[in-house]
Design a protein around this ligand. Structure first.
Ligand code: FE2
Length: 351
């Protein structure tokens, strides 16, 4: 395999070419490197719809928080989506979420590919879209950004129609260490307020389908999450997702906007867009202190998204927060989330 730096992301980002996915040790070594580099682009991966899940799930377990919470809500069904769907006690709104979930999962209702989701605007014979995040651009964001237990990693494998579009990245660490000491201490103390706001991730296009998914960006109103956190590899950076942050705790809206626009302009130079070179490029990126976006033409595009934690790469369970209060909130919320599963698979930090 060959590793080269990606330009434009500061100290982060690597291309990895000529990967031999048959070599388990090499694959785990790339995983460890990924924890240090945050953005990993494996060009011409050669992975397929059949081999992808088996490969990426060696790094960590998949997560889909809003679905896990629904399993928790209907705990009598013991994690059986079909039972929930056909029950007269299930709300119409939740039925629609499960219908959507079955449609956009790579394996439908089967667990063959876990929670690998199709990202696509393509339609099936009945005219239903087969994937989520249908069309158009997606502005800078991180997934589940307004959820204190956000899933830390994302892998995106291209399948077809990729090369007219791009996935862009923004890293935040070099900016954080580049500001004055006094501003850095302010950032360290800063608590951001997150809310779901319709239209803030996808300009113009807000179909009901996407609406359901966007809500999982910030399921609880006015969620407080610290600005400065650490990634699973222990790298300090900003958890500042443009689409869900609506203010700073203890600050007027106008002051908050002044501070946040200063941060946004400082982050601009740590952005870089990857225009897909091949249909089978595999992009793996940090979802804790890195933002991503989508540009270009997504007609007839199909990609597979695996959102995951780094269970098999990390030496201890991930704890994103520095402040005691939020560390405890994280543990409490993650424990709650983990209890939604019949088999408790989420690793929880002890402190
Ligand atoms: Fe995303």
């Amino acid at each position: 395999m060959k590793v080269t730096d990606i330009p434009g992301l500061g100290s982060f980002g690597v291309f990895v070419d000529d990967v031999n996915f048959e070599d388990n040790d090499e694959w785990l070594e790339i995983g460890k490197l990924h924890l240090e580099k945050l953005v990993t682009i494996i060009r011409k991966s050669g992975l397929t719809e059949e081999t992808y899940h088996k490969t990426i799930s060696k790094w960590g377990r998949d997560r889909l928080n809003h679905i896990y919470r629904l399993f928790k809500k209907y705990s009598w069904a013991k994690g059986d989506a079909i039972k929930i769907y056909f029950s007269p006690f299930t709300s119409q709104e939740d039925k629609e979420v499960f219908e959507e979930y079955a449609r956009i999962r790579q394996g439908g209702i089967s667990d063959k590919y876990g929670n690998t989701l199709k990202i696509s605007g393509m339609r099936d014979r009945d005219g239903n879209r087969i994937g989520m995040f249908a069309d158009g651009e997606l502005l800078w964001h991180s997934n589940e950004s307004g959820d204190i237990t956000f899933t830390p990693g994302v892998a995106l494998l291209g399948v077809r129609g990729m090369t007219k579009s791009c996935t862009g990245f923004m890293t935040t660490t070099d900016y954080y260490y580049g500001v004055s000491d006094s501003f850095r201490s302010e950032l360290d103390e800063m608590i951001l307020i997150h809310n779901f706001t319709s239209g803030r991730i996808n300009p113009g296009l807000n179909e009901p389908q996407d609406e359901l998914m966007y809500k999982n960006m910030a399921p609880i109103e006015n969620m407080e999450i610290p600005m400065v956190i650490k990634s699973p590899g222990g790298i300090k950076g900003l958890h500042y997702s443009y689409n869900t942050v609506t203010g700073i705790k203890g600050m007027s809206d106008s002051d908050a906007e002044l501070v946040l626009s200063e941060v946004r302009s400082g982050l601009e130079k740590y952005t870089w867009d990857y225009w897909y070179e091949n249909d089978d490029d595999l992009l793996v990126f940090d979802n804790t202190i890195v933002q991503h976006r989508r540009l270009g033409d997504t007609t007839n595009r199909l990609a597979l998204r695996y959102a995951f934690d780094y269970t098999y790469l990390q030496s201890e369970p991930y704890q994103p927060y520095y402040q005691e209060e939020y560390r405890q909130r994280y543990i409490d919320n993650l424990t709650e989330l983990a209890s939604s599963r019949e088999h408790n698979e989420i690793q929880i930090p002890s402190k």
